[in-house]
Ligand binder design. Structure first.
Ligand SMILES: CC(C)(COP(=O)(O)OP(=O)(O)OC[C@H]1O[C@@H](n2cnc3c(N)ncnc32)[C@H](O)[C@@H]1OP(=O)(O)O)[C@@H](O)C(=O)NCCC(=O)NCCS
Length: 145
């Protein structure tokens, strides 16, 4: 049985470790603490039988939400955790009166694009050289609530 909950201080080390293992430009421990204190940014974690298996960082602005990081530990992938973290953001965005959820994704990230498409996100734009290490274009995807 697993649950999505708000991240707490005790989760920070695991979140940083997962960021480092999943991304070439990860969020730092300092930025994770800043998000935890923020009233605009939020971090959710997914906990499966006492172990945190993934996290999602997002923010709300009037009318929309944006996901800035989503990561599931490599040994826990394809078990629905990524999908449930995104669904949870969509539910919260809906409750906040948001009309859309946005995110950016590397053009080559087939797993993430497949996940977002399966949920109902659509590509609405593309940004040249959005990413570094390695340099790559980014797709902008939107989910309409
Ligand atoms: C992208 C990521 C978050 C997906 O998490 P996950 O928990 O494995 O995804 P889920 O199990 O919820 O997958 C849901 C659906 O997404 C699609 N999907 C997920 N991973 C996929 C893959 N490797 N190949 C093809 N489709 C995939 C499938 O449709 C899947 O449904 P199915 O398993 O019933 O076929 C995970 O691979 C990850 O952490 N990657 C590294 C970090 C990253 O790239 N984050 C996204 C940044 S934008």
């Amino acid at each position: 049985m697993y649950t999505v909950r708000k991240a707490e201080k005790k989760d920070v080390k695991g979140i940083v470790k997962r960021e480092n293992s999943c991304f070439s430009t990860p969020e730092t421990e300092e930025s994770i603490y800043t998000f935890l204190k923020s009233k605009t940014f939020f971090i959710d974690v997914i906990e499966d039988e006492g172990a945190v298996t993934g996290h999602c960082i997002y923010f709300f602005v009037p009318d929309n939400a944006e996901i800035i990081s989503l990561a599931v530990s490599p040994e826990k992938r394809r078990m629905g955790f990524g999908r449930d973290l995104v669904y949870s953001v969509i539910e919260k965005a809906k409750a906040n009166g948001c009309k859309e959820v946005f995110l950016e994704v590397r053009k080559s990230n087939e797993a993430a694009i497949a996940l977002y498409n399966s949920i109902g996100f659509h590509q609405v734009g593309e940004r040249k050289n959005l990413y570094s290490k390695p340099e790559e274009d980014g797709l902008i995807m939107q989910y309409i609530i």
